[in-house]
Design a protein around this ligand. Sequence first.
Ligand SMILES: [Zn+2]
Length: 355
Amino acid sequence: MTNSRPQEHQSPVAVNPYADVDWKATDQCLSQFHLHEPRNWIDPQSTAHDPSGEIADGGDRKRASPGDLIKKYQCAGYSALAVTEHEYYVDGTKHKGEGFFEGLDVTSWPWSQWGHPVGDGMIPIQGAELRGTLEGTDECHDIVSLGTDLGHGRGRSLLEVATEIDNRGGISFLPHPGRYPHPESLEAYIELFEQVETVLGVEAFNAQDRYPGCRDIWDSLLVRFGSRRPIWAFANDDYHARPRTPETERFDRSRTVLLLEEQSPAGVIDALRAGRSYVQYNGDGIAPVIESIAVDDGRVQVVSPDATSIRWIADGKPVETGAVLEIKDVSAGYVRAEAVGSHGSVSCTQPLYLT
Ligand SMILES: [Zn+2]
Protein backbone atom coordinates (compact mmCIF):
# COMPACT_ATOMS: atom_id res chain seq x y z
CA MET A 1 0.00 0.00 0.00
CA THR A 2 1.51 3.29 -1.06
CA ASN A 3 -1.63 5.37 -0.58
CA SER A 4 -1.85 6.81 2.88
CA ARG A 5 -5.17 7.61 4.43
CA PRO A 6 -6.20 11.30 4.21
CA GLN A 7 -6.14 11.89 7.98
CA GLU A 8 -2.46 10.98 8.09
CA HIS A 9 -1.69 14.24 6.27
CA GLN A 10 -3.25 16.22 9.06
CA SER A 11 -1.23 16.81 12.21
CA PRO A 12 -2.81 15.02 15.15
CA VAL A 13 -1.90 17.99 17.35
CA ALA A 14 -4.14 21.04 16.96
CA VAL A 15 -2.43 23.36 19.44
CA ASN A 16 1.20 22.85 20.37
CA PRO A 17 2.72 25.73 22.36
CA TYR A 18 6.19 24.38 21.53
CA ALA A 19 5.65 24.19 17.76
CA ASP A 20 7.89 27.18 16.98
CA VAL A 21 10.51 26.61 19.66
CA ASP A 22 14.05 26.16 18.40
CA TRP A 23 15.20 24.10 21.40
CA LYS A 24 18.89 24.26 20.57
CA ALA A 25 18.97 28.05 20.19
CA THR A 26 16.44 28.93 22.88
CA ASP A 27 17.44 30.07 26.31
CA GLN A 28 15.76 28.16 29.16
CA CYS A 29 15.05 30.90 31.65
CA LEU A 30 14.33 29.99 35.28
CA SER A 31 11.68 32.34 36.59
CA GLN A 32 9.49 33.23 39.57
CA PHE A 33 6.23 35.16 39.21
CA HIS A 34 4.80 34.89 42.72
CA LEU A 35 7.14 36.09 45.46
CA HIS A 36 7.01 38.41 48.45
CA GLU A 37 9.27 41.05 49.95
CA PRO A 38 11.51 39.42 52.58
CA ARG A 39 9.93 39.34 56.06
CA ASN A 40 13.36 38.72 57.62
CA TRP A 41 17.07 38.87 56.96
CA ILE A 42 18.26 36.73 54.05
CA ASP A 43 21.69 36.02 52.62
CA PRO A 44 21.71 37.29 49.02
CA GLN A 45 24.84 35.25 48.23
CA SER A 46 23.37 31.93 49.32
CA THR A 47 21.14 29.52 47.44
CA ALA A 48 19.92 27.88 50.66
CA HIS A 49 16.56 28.58 52.25
CA ASP A 50 16.61 31.54 54.64
CA PRO A 51 16.12 32.56 57.37
CA SER A 52 16.69 30.43 60.45
CA GLY A 53 14.70 32.73 62.72
CA GLU A 54 12.31 35.68 62.85
CA ILE A 55 13.72 39.19 63.35
CA ALA A 56 11.17 39.60 66.10
CA ASP A 57 12.97 36.87 68.04
CA GLY A 58 15.97 39.14 68.58
CA GLY A 59 19.34 39.69 67.02
CA ASP A 60 20.74 42.71 65.26
CA ARG A 61 19.83 41.81 61.71
CA LYS A 62 17.37 43.84 59.67
CA ARG A 63 14.67 42.80 57.24
CA ALA A 64 16.36 42.29 53.86
CA SER A 65 15.39 44.48 50.93
CA PRO A 66 13.67 43.09 47.82
CA GLY A 67 17.00 43.85 46.10
CA ASP A 68 18.62 41.13 48.26
CA LEU A 69 15.81 38.77 47.27
CA ILE A 70 16.46 39.45 43.59
CA LYS A 71 20.19 38.81 44.11
CA LYS A 72 19.48 35.58 45.97
CA TYR A 73 17.40 34.23 43.09
CA GLN A 74 20.05 35.39 40.64
CA CYS A 75 22.58 33.39 42.65
CA ALA A 76 20.31 30.36 42.29
CA GLY A 77 20.35 30.67 38.48
CA TYR A 78 17.15 32.60 37.82
CA SER A 79 16.89 35.24 35.12
CA ALA A 80 13.28 36.54 35.26
CA LEU A 81 11.35 37.52 38.34
CA ALA A 82 8.37 39.47 39.67
CA VAL A 83 8.08 40.63 43.29
CA THR A 84 4.32 40.26 43.78
CA GLU A 85 3.57 41.63 47.22
CA HIS A 86 0.16 41.18 48.83
CA GLU A 87 -2.13 44.14 48.26
CA TYR A 88 -2.39 44.62 52.03
CA TYR A 89 1.37 44.65 52.77
CA VAL A 90 3.33 47.88 52.31
CA ASP A 91 6.81 48.81 53.60
CA GLY A 92 6.98 45.93 56.02
CA THR A 93 3.53 46.54 57.53
CA LYS A 94 0.52 44.26 57.17
CA HIS A 95 -2.81 46.05 56.69
CA LYS A 96 -4.96 42.93 56.23
CA GLY A 97 -8.57 43.54 57.23
CA GLU A 98 -8.18 47.33 57.25
CA GLY A 99 -10.19 49.56 54.94
CA PHE A 100 -8.67 50.62 51.64
CA PHE A 101 -6.51 53.74 51.52
CA GLU A 102 -4.58 55.13 48.54
CA GLY A 103 -1.20 54.22 50.02
CA LEU A 104 -2.05 50.52 49.51
CA ASP A 105 -2.32 50.86 45.73
CA VAL A 106 1.40 50.39 45.10
CA THR A 107 3.63 47.64 43.73
CA SER A 108 7.20 46.62 44.63
CA TRP A 109 8.54 48.74 41.84
CA PRO A 110 10.83 50.05 40.40
CA TRP A 111 13.77 47.83 41.27
CA SER A 112 16.12 50.82 41.01
CA GLN A 113 14.98 51.92 44.50
CA TRP A 114 16.95 48.92 45.89
CA GLY A 115 19.98 49.74 43.76
CA HIS A 116 19.35 46.92 41.33
CA PRO A 117 20.96 47.91 38.03
CA VAL A 118 18.85 47.48 34.91
CA GLY A 119 20.20 44.85 32.54
CA ASP A 120 21.99 42.99 35.32
CA GLY A 121 21.02 39.55 34.03
CA MET A 122 17.61 39.45 35.71
CA ILE A 123 14.56 40.47 33.69
CA PRO A 124 12.29 42.61 35.91
CA ILE A 125 8.52 42.18 35.77
CA GLN A 126 6.18 44.48 37.68
CA GLY A 127 3.39 42.72 39.55
CA ALA A 128 1.33 42.19 42.69
CA GLU A 129 -0.76 39.55 44.43
CA LEU A 130 -4.24 41.04 44.47
CA ARG A 131 -7.54 39.74 45.82
CA GLY A 132 -11.12 39.61 44.64
CA THR A 133 -14.39 38.22 45.92
CA LEU A 134 -15.56 34.98 44.38
CA GLU A 135 -18.91 33.24 44.52
CA GLY A 136 -18.75 30.00 46.49
CA THR A 137 -15.70 30.96 48.54
CA ASP A 138 -15.98 32.78 51.86
CA GLU A 139 -12.56 34.37 51.72
CA CYS A 140 -11.21 36.53 48.93
CA HIS A 141 -9.44 34.71 46.10
CA ASP A 142 -5.90 35.74 45.20
CA ILE A 143 -4.91 36.68 41.67
CA VAL A 144 -1.39 37.57 40.53
CA SER A 145 -1.13 40.55 38.21
CA LEU A 146 1.91 40.87 35.94
CA GLY A 147 3.01 43.72 33.69
CA THR A 148 0.83 46.41 35.33
CA ASP A 149 1.03 48.96 38.15
CA LEU A 150 -2.24 47.81 39.77
CA GLY A 151 -1.52 47.45 43.49
CA HIS A 152 -4.95 46.78 45.00
CA GLY A 153 -8.22 45.09 44.07
CA ARG A 154 -10.31 47.53 46.19
CA GLY A 155 -12.70 44.84 47.33
CA ARG A 156 -14.06 44.16 43.87
CA SER A 157 -14.99 40.77 42.46
CA LEU A 158 -12.23 38.55 41.07
CA LEU A 159 -13.74 39.03 37.61
CA GLU A 160 -13.59 42.83 37.98
CA VAL A 161 -10.00 42.72 39.22
CA ALA A 162 -8.95 40.45 36.32
CA THR A 163 -10.72 42.83 33.91
CA GLU A 164 -8.90 45.83 35.39
CA ILE A 165 -5.53 44.04 34.94
CA ASP A 166 -6.54 43.31 31.34
CA ASN A 167 -7.61 46.94 30.75
CA ARG A 168 -4.17 48.08 31.90
CA GLY A 169 -2.49 45.80 29.38
CA GLY A 170 -1.35 43.19 31.89
CA ILE A 171 -1.73 39.44 32.30
CA SER A 172 -2.73 37.38 35.32
CA PHE A 173 -2.96 33.87 36.75
CA LEU A 174 -4.60 32.22 39.75
CA PRO A 175 -2.17 31.20 42.50
CA HIS A 176 -2.72 28.03 44.59
CA PRO A 177 -6.21 27.15 43.30
CA GLY A 178 -6.09 24.01 45.47
CA ARG A 179 -6.37 26.18 48.56
CA TYR A 180 -9.98 27.19 47.94
CA PRO A 181 -13.20 25.17 48.17
CA HIS A 182 -13.50 22.82 45.22
CA PRO A 183 -15.48 22.17 43.06
CA GLU A 184 -17.57 25.20 44.05
CA SER A 185 -14.81 27.48 42.80
CA LEU A 186 -14.50 25.59 39.52
CA GLU A 187 -17.71 27.09 38.09
CA ALA A 188 -16.47 30.56 39.04
CA TYR A 189 -13.08 29.83 37.45
CA ILE A 190 -14.85 28.78 34.28
CA GLU A 191 -16.69 32.11 34.08
CA LEU A 192 -13.44 33.98 34.68
CA PHE A 193 -11.54 32.08 31.98
CA GLU A 194 -14.48 32.52 29.59
CA GLN A 195 -14.62 36.27 30.12
CA VAL A 196 -11.03 37.47 30.45
CA GLU A 197 -8.56 36.23 27.88
CA THR A 198 -5.50 37.50 29.77
CA VAL A 199 -6.11 35.28 32.80
CA LEU A 200 -3.58 32.83 31.43
CA GLY A 201 -3.78 29.91 33.81
CA VAL A 202 -3.29 28.50 37.29
CA GLU A 203 -0.44 27.46 39.56
CA ALA A 204 0.10 23.73 39.23
CA PHE A 205 2.72 23.87 41.99
CA ASN A 206 2.96 26.35 44.85
CA ALA A 207 5.94 26.48 47.23
CA GLN A 208 6.67 22.99 48.68
CA ASP A 209 3.65 21.69 46.74
CA ARG A 210 1.34 22.84 49.51
CA TYR A 211 -1.75 21.97 47.49
CA PRO A 212 -1.32 18.89 45.27
CA GLY A 213 -4.99 19.30 44.25
CA CYS A 214 -3.86 22.19 42.04
CA ARG A 215 -3.07 19.70 39.24
CA ASP A 216 -6.56 18.15 39.42
CA ILE A 217 -8.12 21.59 39.06
CA TRP A 218 -5.79 22.40 36.16
CA ASP A 219 -6.73 19.12 34.43
CA SER A 220 -10.45 19.75 35.03
CA LEU A 221 -10.12 23.14 33.36
CA LEU A 222 -8.12 21.65 30.46
CA VAL A 223 -10.86 19.07 29.88
CA ARG A 224 -13.59 21.66 30.15
CA PHE A 225 -12.13 24.22 27.73
CA GLY A 226 -10.12 22.18 25.27
CA SER A 227 -8.02 23.85 22.57
CA ARG A 228 -10.36 26.83 22.16
CA ARG A 229 -9.08 28.26 25.43
CA PRO A 230 -5.71 26.95 26.63
CA ILE A 231 -5.04 27.14 30.37
CA TRP A 232 -1.30 27.30 31.09
CA ALA A 233 0.40 25.98 34.21
CA PHE A 234 2.54 28.19 36.44
CA ALA A 235 4.78 27.18 39.35
CA ASN A 236 6.15 29.52 42.00
CA ASP A 237 7.82 29.55 45.41
CA ASP A 238 5.43 32.06 47.04
CA TYR A 239 8.53 32.78 49.16
CA HIS A 240 8.17 35.19 52.11
CA ALA A 241 11.60 34.66 53.78
CA ARG A 242 10.01 33.13 56.83
CA PRO A 243 11.77 30.51 58.96
CA ARG A 244 10.50 27.05 58.01
CA THR A 245 11.20 23.43 58.83
CA PRO A 246 13.15 21.39 56.24
CA GLU A 247 9.84 19.86 55.05
CA THR A 248 8.17 23.22 54.51
CA GLU A 249 11.06 25.24 53.09
CA ARG A 250 10.03 27.19 50.02
CA PHE A 251 13.09 28.71 48.40
CA ASP A 252 13.75 27.31 44.91
CA ARG A 253 11.11 24.58 45.18
CA SER A 254 8.58 25.44 42.44
CA ARG A 255 9.42 27.39 39.32
CA THR A 256 8.49 28.16 35.73
CA VAL A 257 10.99 27.61 32.92
CA LEU A 258 10.49 30.03 30.03
CA LEU A 259 11.61 29.27 26.49
CA LEU A 260 12.60 32.81 25.68
CA GLU A 261 12.93 34.27 22.21
CA GLU A 262 13.83 37.69 23.53
CA GLN A 263 15.54 38.62 26.80
CA SER A 264 13.23 41.45 27.83
CA PRO A 265 10.10 42.03 29.90
CA ALA A 266 8.06 41.96 26.67
CA GLY A 267 9.73 38.68 25.70
CA VAL A 268 8.80 37.18 29.09
CA ILE A 269 5.16 38.28 28.82
CA ASP A 270 4.99 36.94 25.24
CA ALA A 271 6.31 33.52 26.35
CA LEU A 272 3.76 33.39 29.19
CA ARG A 273 0.89 34.30 26.88
CA ALA A 274 1.88 31.64 24.35
CA GLY A 275 2.55 28.88 26.90
CA ARG A 276 6.19 28.65 25.75
CA SER A 277 7.17 27.30 29.13
CA TYR A 278 7.12 24.27 31.37
CA VAL A 279 6.90 24.02 35.15
CA GLN A 280 9.16 22.34 37.67
CA TYR A 281 8.80 21.09 41.20
CA ASN A 282 12.22 20.39 42.68
CA GLY A 283 11.09 18.51 45.77
CA ASP A 284 14.31 17.68 47.64
CA GLY A 285 16.29 17.44 44.41
CA ILE A 286 16.49 19.27 41.11
CA ALA A 287 13.79 18.68 38.54
CA PRO A 288 15.05 17.31 35.20
CA VAL A 289 15.64 19.71 32.33
CA ILE A 290 13.39 19.10 29.33
CA GLU A 291 15.67 19.39 26.31
CA SER A 292 12.92 19.19 23.71
CA ILE A 293 9.30 18.33 23.01
CA ALA A 294 8.70 17.38 19.39
CA VAL A 295 5.68 16.27 17.40
CA ASP A 296 6.58 14.18 14.39
CA ASP A 297 4.88 11.49 12.34
CA GLY A 298 2.02 10.93 14.78
CA ARG A 299 4.26 10.82 17.84
CA VAL A 300 5.17 13.19 20.62
CA GLN A 301 8.65 12.81 22.00
CA VAL A 302 10.04 14.35 25.17
CA VAL A 303 13.82 14.44 25.59
CA SER A 304 14.85 14.75 29.23
CA PRO A 305 18.07 12.78 29.86
CA ASP A 306 18.01 13.20 33.66
CA ALA A 307 14.43 11.98 34.03
CA THR A 308 14.02 8.53 35.59
CA SER A 309 10.69 8.12 33.76
CA ILE A 310 8.24 10.06 31.64
CA ARG A 311 4.53 9.68 32.19
CA TRP A 312 1.76 10.94 29.98
CA ILE A 313 -1.52 12.39 31.20
CA ALA A 314 -4.49 12.62 28.84
CA ASP A 315 -7.73 14.29 29.90
CA GLY A 316 -6.54 14.14 33.50
CA LYS A 317 -5.69 10.41 33.49
CA PRO A 318 -2.33 8.62 33.24
CA VAL A 319 -2.25 6.84 29.89
CA GLU A 320 1.33 5.87 29.07
CA THR A 321 4.95 5.93 30.22
CA GLY A 322 8.10 6.38 28.16
CA ALA A 323 9.73 9.13 26.12
CA VAL A 324 7.53 8.61 23.05
CA LEU A 325 3.74 8.71 22.87
CA GLU A 326 1.89 7.32 19.84
CA ILE A 327 -0.95 9.77 19.47
CA LYS A 328 -3.20 7.29 17.66
CA ASP A 329 -3.26 5.21 20.84
CA VAL A 330 -4.81 8.08 22.78
CA SER A 331 -8.41 9.21 22.60
CA ALA A 332 -8.47 12.52 24.45
CA GLY A 333 -8.66 16.27 24.04
CA TYR A 334 -5.12 16.86 25.22
CA VAL A 335 -1.96 15.17 26.42
CA ARG A 336 0.74 16.49 28.69
CA ALA A 337 3.97 14.92 29.91
CA GLU A 338 5.61 14.73 33.32
CA ALA A 339 9.37 14.06 33.42
CA VAL A 340 9.99 12.49 36.81
CA GLY A 341 13.34 13.05 38.52
CA SER A 342 14.91 11.90 41.78
CA HIS A 343 14.00 13.06 45.32
CA GLY A 344 10.39 13.86 44.43
CA SER A 345 11.20 16.23 41.57
CA VAL A 346 9.13 16.54 38.40
CA SER A 347 8.96 18.73 35.28
CA CYS A 348 5.54 19.14 33.65
CA THR A 349 4.93 20.26 30.09
CA GLN A 350 2.02 22.42 29.05
CA PRO A 351 -0.85 20.62 27.29
CA LEU A 352 -0.70 19.64 23.62
CA TYR A 353 -4.24 19.67 22.26
CA LEU A 354 -5.18 16.85 19.94
CA THR A 355 -7.44 17.04 16.89
ZN1 LIG B 1 1.63 34.75 47.84
